[in-house]
Design a protein around this ligand. Structure first.
Ligand code: PGA
Length: 249
């Protein structure tokens, strides 16, 4: 049985003081041994948020990190810099980073490997655009993105990775994928993982769905055999996020 992992992706929202107060209110509501919960916050909010995540058994994630340790990369943050902030997870290759910051599959692969080497759990994002879905190439696209993200990663390391399937057309739009669409895509990713590694490894890797997840649709999504949790944007900025975490009621 894969343990569900539900991650908040605050994106570029809130300011540190606000984040501190919000996390102090939200974290106790999300404290549960049944589900892995992670708050992925902007780097400058790691310190204030950590005060609430750690005591409540909640993971602390960044939304991006660099694949090198030091060097001439103006504006970037590397894993040694994150070492003393209690970071446990890193979102890698979110579609917004691929789209607005030209992140390539190669960079995403390097970041994934770096995160693992640094002891962080990577949450690797894949997902198709509306044009790709309409052209009926969703499965092919997910296959390519997944394969490129996993280049050079061993089966033992792969078990630690979380994949987030996020159809771009469902992100921040209020249009959630149907449970059938989400399950079909997540199942196809698992098939690719079995090809790259092996069936037992693929069965251990957790695959989240992301894209307009709310307390209203979470339980149906989580009931699907290949959906092991969610990456939540908009709804994670409100206390409603706790309802997603406590989807069993
Ligand atoms: P959303 O974002 O929940 O606002 O659709 C999800 C994400 O981008 O991770």
């Amino acid at each position: 049985m894969r343990k569900k992992i539900i991650a908040a992706n605050w994106k570029m929202n809130k300011v540190p003081m606000e984040a501190k107060d919000f996390a102090a209110e939200l974290a106790p509501l999300c404290a549960t041994p049944d589900v892995d919960v992670v708050f992925c916050v902007p780097h400058v909010m790691l310190c204030p948020v950590r005060k609430s995540t750690t005591p409540n058994g909640i993971g602390l994630g960044v939304q991006n990190m660099h694949f090198d340790e030091f060097g001439a990369y103006t504006g970037e943050i590397s894993t040694p810099m994150l070492e003393h902030f209690g970071v446990t997870h890193a979102i890698i290759g979110h579609s917004e980073r691929r789209q607005y910051f030209n992140e390539t599959d190669e960079a995403i692969n390097k970041k994934t490997k770096k995160a693992i080497a640094a002891g962080l759990i990577p949450i690797v994002c894949v997902g198709e655009s509306l044009a790709q879905r309409e052209a009926n190439i969703t499965i092919e696209h997910l296959r390519i993105q997944t394969k490129l993200a996993m280049v050079g990663i061993s089966a033992t390391d792969a078990e630690k990775i979380v994949i987030a399937y996020e159809p771009i057309w469902a992100i921040g739009t209020g249009v959630v994928a149907t449970t059938q669409q989400a399950e079909e895509a997540c199942a196809s990713i698992r098939t690719v993982l079995a090809e790259i590694f092996d069936e037992p490894t693929a069965q251990k890797i957790r695959i989240q769905y992301g894209g307009s997840v709310t307390p209203d649709n979470a339980a149906d999504l989580f009931a699907q055999p290949n959906i092991d949790g969610a990456l939540v944007g908009g709804a994670s900025l409100k206390l409603d996020f706790a309802k997603i975490v406590n989807y069993k009621g």
